[in-house]
Design a protein around this ligand. Structure first.
Ligand code: ATP
Ligand code: ATP
Ligand code: MG
Ligand code: MG
Lengths: 563, 563
């Protein structure tokens, strides 16, 4: 018998935790470290604070002397801006909740990393997580678990103490396998230090030994800035929402007090009083009273309804009755000046000014050229666009090649110097070359590719070893499925006199974007978007040429010495 | 400035639609076909109806004569049980909503496939989907779109007509690229016919040509049955929920009327009246009045509270105040017989009978052996288990090797005959061998591996071609990352005198399970769980031996003829 059921997003990720990378004790221990470290670095980056992050992994008391897999407590502490205590329960207790849903480069993007780590801890040990947030002279400590079925936090206890300092500390107890995860965790910390040379990072291991990376530069990169979308990435849904935002959500109940003051208390006949006082009414009150009249609502009932949108083409008001969540539609009556007022509110801006106002790097002339290409009239009011016209507009936006390349202030690449310094400090190679490609975009999301090649010196082993990064996160799994590997594999290294299987070579690739096209929720490898592949290929070829020159010079020098 | 935001699951999958396989017009067109076909076959399978599924892909009127990618309308119709009309809006308009969250083999598992296809159609064309459900003498038609931000359906229109017949039809208009997707769509339909030899499947293409597969057997496999979980897969969260279910959710407000009748109307002193009438009270009323007394609630207020659980160890009642969703805890007062009654309700069954009742293939002796291994007392009441004891129990369940192999009635393999018939009908080979491995389990989820090898005859090309299936779904992407490919790659074919790169060989692998460990939401390839890899390896080796025998016989025959 078919019983329909809804599951919450936390229930979905509980049942399908492999999708989020929490598939077994080894991988989960690694993921817990990375999710917390990435959160700490994101927080410091966005506040311009030079990061100090310390990671401690200790056996839990009850697991002393037992074999892996066993209970560990992972604690990550930072000197970041911390979190306002009232936001802590939901930030850590709710999946699909966070601050990184905007168009700006950050490591996090899904709103679920930290909560997944807490979830895994809970389902393997039934122990709570401990969150300490220190700022404004206080430390607030939350001991919490998750209501997985309802996607809500369960706060077991909450306390506050006076304390100086600033930062966040998260502690999670989970069943992990450190004997298997150890190498990956160490590599993750070391590679994070490579790509974030302005950060202090420390790892304390269960055995008591520790790994410490001091910062090798004191200059923070500029924090990335939130930008408007680029027109080339726009699908119909995004375009419709931008139009909707422009026309404005019509929050009728917000004007209630003013409506009472300006209209209702002057008489019972709403239509008559409003008409008489029309010139003195504010725009919001005009809109509110027009809606009351169209929907036949009393002033007292105006909080019971939410206006969804006004359809100027059909002359209808779409609204939701808040008590039962039902959608409803009302035809607008032919009563002036109310009807005309609502129509002009609903019609919104002209298409031309809408384009200039809502997209990055679109000025009046760019907009005009685009409208000509799309075959649309820039004077048309956006609220009057038909469904087909909106689709044509989005479609033309995807195909038009005349837009300027994206604005890269939303990105925060490492920069050639910092990348070279990081590579030298970790590999101590004989030769390094780095390159930063110009900003490009895939599906309208700006991105920059940076890469470096290192040869000889302290590099061990034979053959090319690839170190992949995305938004300053080291990617340590599924190399064979990643676009960077594909590019390196397809380069004809012999042409550069480089022996790709024999020489001691390290290649570092870094892609930064407002949206990294990961193929999995566990952020392990990147899809082969053609624009990204193109930039990587050009970057690697450039580096291959530079290495080639170095090797031939070295070869010539050796030849010269022999004579 | 950090603004915390929540996004709905549909918003998550809209922003991250690559994760669900809807990354571009080619892939999306393929995914739309497969999500709808898989739904139709699931519906027929679970009702024991011999499936008739017809797929039509037509250019949309507005796209006539335009180049790819362009608007197509994909319609999939079946003769299945259809859906009760009142369930249609949520089934298709809500992500994470469906009927396949149970422990039973089905193609679907996430509750989002059809909704994702409708979503992609909406964001590329802004057109609604049309759902027609025919049963009980009526056809009900829904024309709908999605409120992506709120994860709710938007019903544009709804109509009903008298009509005979039974089944469901879904039509979605989306921007697709049939010139690129065509081969994959045809392969998908052909391979679905191979693995579902009891189904009639038809595909009508935009050009007007059609592909039709008639069923080659009239016998349906037994529909899979829902089973209890197997103990070996149990994590702490699942165990806690099973214990919670056993103790029973205490729905206080359900007893309100009876409480009023049996107690409240006999006097104002709740404690006194309840004590006096105790022997005549039903169990639910005893529980309800005890809770009222412990929480100091009036009878009128009993709907305002939801009892979450009673903690018999701590002597506390955990409840939620429904008005504001706040959690609260009350210590139980020392008032009898109410306190003792609540304690005995909360203590639940003995551990021994809990195990026998809640897990598949666990009888009293299996349970006793396990409890001995876990070092726990079978007489202990489950409501009295401490946190640590629950964790120890789950842990012991994962390590204990004395459980019987899982119950396979929840599985519905194709069977050797049907697999062989399907292979012969599609490949027309010179030789076929098939094998079905015994049921096994990974993480407590039962699974069965079936495989077939075909050689020569109508098989084209050189070298092994792999056809992968999971729960009767053809998997056409990411072969290189799949566990089946890994196994085939690692077999030493030369040992079987099989030239893996030269001979015309087709290998078919089919894994069926109550939960396929896909690595992505798009269900493209399967994780290399050791238990699954083991069964695949044994199956392929068996088939390699059978082919080897055939080839040597064939070789001997040829030799004999030559003499
Ligand atoms: N160390 C920290 N300092 C400040 N804020 C933090 C810290 N850790 C987490 N947060 C806040 O908690 C939110 C939720 O974190 P979570 O890791 O669950 O999601 P996310 O980082 O937004 O996305 P992702 O799932 O991709 O990691 C973040 O968006 C951030 O606002
Ligand atoms: N053709 C059909 N006949 C009967 N019921 C159907 C049909 N198609 C869909 N349904 C119902 O609608 C529900 C939602 O379908 P949807 O494809 O979105 O999710 P699912 O099949 O449960 O999981 P998945 O995301 O893995 O496909 C199904 O669970 C099923 O109950
Ligand atoms: Mg995060
Ligand atoms: Mg489905």
């Amino acid at each position: 018998m078919s019983t329909f059921m809804e599951i919450s997003p936390s229930e979905f990720f509980y049942r399908n935790r492999d999708l989020a990378g929490f598939s077994n004790p080894t991988r989960a221990l690694y993921m817990t470290v990375r999710e917390l470290v990435e959160n700490s670095l994101d927080a410091c980056d966005s506040s311009g604070i030079l990061p100090e992050v310390s990671v401690s992994i200790r056996e839990h008391d009850d697991a002393q002397g037992m074999p892996d897999p066993k209970q560990y407590t992972v604690s990550v502490r930072d000197n970041g801006p911390a979190i306002d205590p009232e936001h802590v329960p939901l930030a850590f207790g709710k999946v699909l909740y966070g601050t990184k849903f905007t168009l700006r480069q950050s490591r996090g993007m899904f709103g679920l990393g930290a909560t997944m780590a807490i979830l895994y801890g809970q389902i393997t040990t039934n122990r709570p997580a401990v969150i300490r947030t220190v700022r404004d002279g206080y430390m607030h400590e939350y001991v919490m678990m998750l209501d997985i079925q309802r996607n809500k936090p369960i706060i077991l206890s909450k306390s506050s103490d006076a304390r100086d300092g600033r930062g966040l500390e998260v502690s999670i107890t989970l069943v992990g396998d450190y004997s298997k995860a150890q190498q990956k965790v160490r590599d993750y910390i070391a590679q994070t230090a490579l790509i974030t040379p302005y950060a202090d990072i420390m790892l304390e291991e269960p055995s008591g030994s520790s790994l410490s990376f001091r910062r090798i530069m004191d200059r923070m990169p500029n924090p990335p800035v939130e930008v408007k979308p680029h027109p080339a990435g726009i699908d119909v849904e995004t375009l419709r929402r931008l139009i909707q935002n422009e026309i404005g959500s019509i929050a009728m109940h917000e004007a209630k007090e003013r409506l009472i003051r300006e209209v209702a208390r002057h008489g019972d006949d709403l239509v008559g009083v409003a008409r008489e006082r029309w010139d003195r009414l504010s725009k919001d009150v005009r809109t509110a009273v027009s809606l009351l009249i169209m929907l036949d609502l009393k002033v007292e009932d105006m909080d019971k309804v939410r206006i969804d949108r006004i359809d100027p083409l059909a002359g209808e008001v779409h609204y939701t009755l808040l008590l039962d969540g039902e959608y409803a539609t009302a035809r607008m009556k032919d009563i002036e000046p109310f009807r005309s007022h609502l129509l002009s509110i609903a019609m919104g801006d002209t298409l031309l000014s809408f384009l200039v106002k809502n997209f990055q790097r679109v000025g009046a002339s760019t907009a005009k050229r685009f409208l000509e290409y799309a075959g649309m009239d820039g004077g048309k009011r956006i609220g009057m666009l038909s469904n087909d016209e909106i689709v044509r507009l989005a479609d033309a936006m995807q195909r038009h090649s005349g837009f300027l390349p994206p604005d890269a202030t939303c990105l925060s690449p490492i920069g050639g110097d910092a990348l070279e310094a990081g590579i030298r400090s970790i590999f101590k190679p004989e030769f390094v070359a780095v390159v930063q490609r110009p900003a490009s975009a895939y599906s309208g999301f700006p991105f920059i590719v940076e890469a470096g090649i290192a040869y000889g010196g302290g590099i061990e082993g034979k053959g090319i070893r690839l170190y992949r990064f995305a938004n300053k996160i080291p990617l340590l799994y599924d190399e064979g499925s990643d676009v960077a590997w594909k590019v390196i594999d397809e380069i004809d290294w012999a042409r550069y006199k480089v022996s790709a299987d024999e020489m001691p070579i390290a290649i570092v690739t870094h892609i930064c974007s407002t949206r990294i096209p990961y193929k999995t929720v566990g952020k392990e490898y990147i899809a082969d978007r053609p624009e990204i592949e193109y930039e990587l290929k050009n970057a690697i070829r450039f580096l291959a040429r530079r290495l080639s020159i170095h090797l031939s010079r070295k070869g010539n020098l050796a030849m010269a010495r022999k004579r």
